[in-house]
Design a protein around this ligand. Structure first.
Ligand code: PEP
Length: 258
């Protein structure tokens, strides 16, 4: 089992004042009760990142900071986009690549996902590649082939240095923000499938996370029975209490307490 990783994707929620407040709350709880066996990452909106990293540094909060997206381009005439070097300069070390909301609502194709992932890793940041099927695909039983194709498109031909900078998040689209969580059996099967495909692409031992309506109640079972290396959490990451309860479940599972 890899050391667990729990990432909170705040999506387009929390302005910079609210973001600072949440990180301070997380810091207070972690100071009293550190989570020694889990890596915690928060992924705020771009405009909050500087404020969040300042609090993390000045108050020594044991979390790292990520970004929800980055431009495939390094610089230039790309109005509205934010580049990987800009994010790196802000202290960002993780970038979500190909979140299903980017794929569905902002026309992020498999090709752009692959190129973005290469831009992220070229600068030495870790790319959290998001994959997962829509409900119709799951209903027709084609989820393995669908996810295989996404993995091949994004990771095929990746150089060795970049391969060490990839984490994969399995996020069935039908479970994101819906309250419908994949069963532990579904998560386990897909996690095993992803590990097999990743190994065939020379990404042995890659961390595989699950995302899709994870909360304080279901995290422990998803972790131990679903055999994941952690979570990508949306809604439940907006409150310190629920985010850290998920972190605690991952921590205890790794520590053999569950
Ligand atoms: C997500 O945004 O990646 C996600 C999994 O959201 P939620 O936890 O709200 O389903």
């Amino acid at each position: 089992m890899n050391r667990p990783l729990v990432i909170g994707n705040w999506k387009m929620n929390l302005d910079y004042v609210e973001a600072v407040h949440l990180v301070q709350q997380i810091g207070v709880v972690l100071r009293n009760k550190p989570l020694e066996h889990v890596d915690l990452v928060v992924v705020p909106p771009f405009v909050d990142i500087r404020s969040v990293t300042s609090v993390v540094e000045s108050e020594r909060v044991s979390i790292t900071v990520g970004a929800q997206h980055a431009s495939v381009h390094e610089a230039g005439a790309h109005t509205g986009e934010v580049s990987v070097p800009m994010l790196q300069r802000l202290g960002v070390s993780w970038i979500l690549v190909g979140h299903s909301e980017r794929r569905a609502m902002y026309a992020m194709t498999d090709e752009v996902v692959a190129q973005t992932l290469r831009t992220v890793t070229r600068f030495g940041l870790t790319a959290v590649l998001c994959v997962g099927e829509e409900l119709s695909v799951r209903e027709s039983g084609d989820q393995d082939d669908f996810v295989t194709a996404q993995l091949h498109a994004a990771l095929g031909g990746l150089d060795e240095a970049s391969r060490g900078l990839v984490t994969i998040a399995y996020e069935p689209v039908w479970a994101i923000g819906t309250g419908l969580t994949a069963s532990t059996g579904q998560v386990r099967e897909m996690t095993e499938h992803i590990r097999t495909v990743a190994a065939s692409l020379s990404l042995d031992g890659v961390r595989v996370l699950y995302g899709g309506s994870v909360n304080a109640e279901n995290a422990a079972a998803l972790m131990s029975e679903g055999r994941v290396d952690g979570f990508l959490v949306g809604g439940a990451s907006l409150k310190a209490e629920s985010f850290l309860a998920i972190g605690q479940a991952a921590n205890d599972c790794y520590d053999g307490k569950r």
